[in-house]
Ligand binder design. Structure first.
Ligand SMILES: Cc1ncc(COP(=O)(O)O)c(C=O)c1O
Length: 357
């Protein structure tokens, strides 16, 4: 039988999670964030699954937007980092894309296009210092765009640096930075998943939920299921070897795990060549026969080893690395990362199976 390593993507759960995001902000449009191959879930399936219910999509770059249009997606598509050159502005006109604009160069590229009008989002740097115009520069950019024939709509947009930590003082600082722009009465887009869930006063015109749609938590102190989200990706493999070892014997590369007692070790067919993180420490849980069991030993390219001492296990038993029954948020903590990265790192060797399309 073929290698059993697979990612099962539950599109019904995806749609439910999108609806949960929408229900938090019933008066806002909700653009589903599907950049980076829909956070590793497979953008063609995810976009098609949401096409009937989403208000729009958001991607990082024009190439990703072109992919969506080629899939036949007709909904609004917001390009979060905006154009990378003048040609991409023309593509935006031709494909009716919505563009974030975060610097003067992008504005001048846009002013050179013809043949249509673009919905723009002026990105405001409210303190994250990654992208965006300084607050004091925004009014002049707005008036420049207002006079431009190739600009149909203008929104303001910003992004929170610390929304994952509820009550973090920097959140209020960023909100207050926008106060001087309020008299312009422009529609705004401010909220990622964390802000969707915790900052209702910021929902404004358009929200941009990403990770919550995929069932993982945007908040540091909660898991996805604790927030009522359903896991979308379940990463699975199976037991391919079982070994009884004596107390004092070691497992895997570098002898990183040394058994404290006589133990049973299961080898599971998944490793960093599949995107399972090499940073997973001893003790990172996996799910076998409904029980959480700890990783014992270093993750290798094609395998992990798990301590299954004291339980019934057989070759071919299914093993869940994350997903239904084991939140990716918990696994991520053991690997000093976030579920976003776990999802994005799953490699092409893993077979993807889609449910509920
Ligand atoms: C500008 C912007 N908006 C929204 C999102 C979605 O964020 P999240 O996945 O935390 O909901 C991202 C993701 O990185 C982003 O860069």
């Amino acid at each position: 039988m073929a290698r059993a390593t697979q990612a099962i993507i539950d599109l019904h759960a995806l749609r439910e999670n999108y609806q949960l995001a929408k229900s938090q902000a019933p008066n806002s449009k909700a653009y589903a964030v599907v950049k980076a191959n829909a956070y590793g879930h497979g953008v063609s399936y995810v976009a098609n699954a949401l096409a009937a219910s989403a208000d729009g999509f958001a991607v990082a770059c024009v190439d990703e937007a072109v992919t969506l249009r080629n899939l036949g997606i007709l909904l609004p598509i917001l390009v979060l980092e905006g154009p990378m050159d003048a040609n991409e502005c023309q593509t935006a006109v031709d494909l009716d894309l919505e563009l974030a604009l975060h610097n003067h160069q992008q504005v001048s590229w846009l002013l050179g296009v013809s043949g249509g009008a673009v919905h723009t989002y002026i990105k405001v740097d409210t303190g994250m210092h990654r992208l965006g115009f300084a607050v004091q520069d925004v009014p002049s950019v707005v008036s420049q765009l207002r006079q431009a024939a190739m600009v149909s709509d203008i929104q303001l947009m910003s992004h929170f640096a610390c929304a994952d930590e509820v009550g973090h003082p920097f959140i209020q600082q960023q909100i207050q930075a926008l106060d001087v722009l309020a008299p312009m009465k422009l529609p705004m887009s401010l909220c990622n998943s964390a802000a969707v869930l915790t900052l209702p006063q910021c929902h404004q015109h358009t929200i941009r939920p990403g990770i919550m749609m995929y069932g993982a938590s945007p908040l540091l102190d909660k898991t996805g299921p604790e927030l009522g989200l359903m896991p979308v990706m379940t990463l699975q493999s199976e037991v391919i070897a079982l070994h009884d070892i004596r107390a004092g014997e070691s497992v895997g590369y570098g002898q990183r795990y040394v058994a404290q007692q006589d133990s049973k070790i299961a080898a599971v067919a998944i490793g960093y060549g599949d995107g399972y993180p090499r940073s997973a420490k001893n003790g990172t849980p996996v799910l076998i026969r409904g029980q959480q069991r700890p990783i014992a030993g270093r993750v290798s390219m094609d395998m992990i080893t798990v301590d299954v001492t004291g339980m019934e296990v057989a070759l071919g038993d299914k093993v869940t690395l994350w997903g239904t029954g084991l939140s990716a948020d918990i696994v991520a903590k053991h690997c000093d990362t976030i579920a976003y990265e776990l999802f994005c790192q799953v490699t092409q060797r893993v077979k993807f199976q889609y449910l509920g399309s």
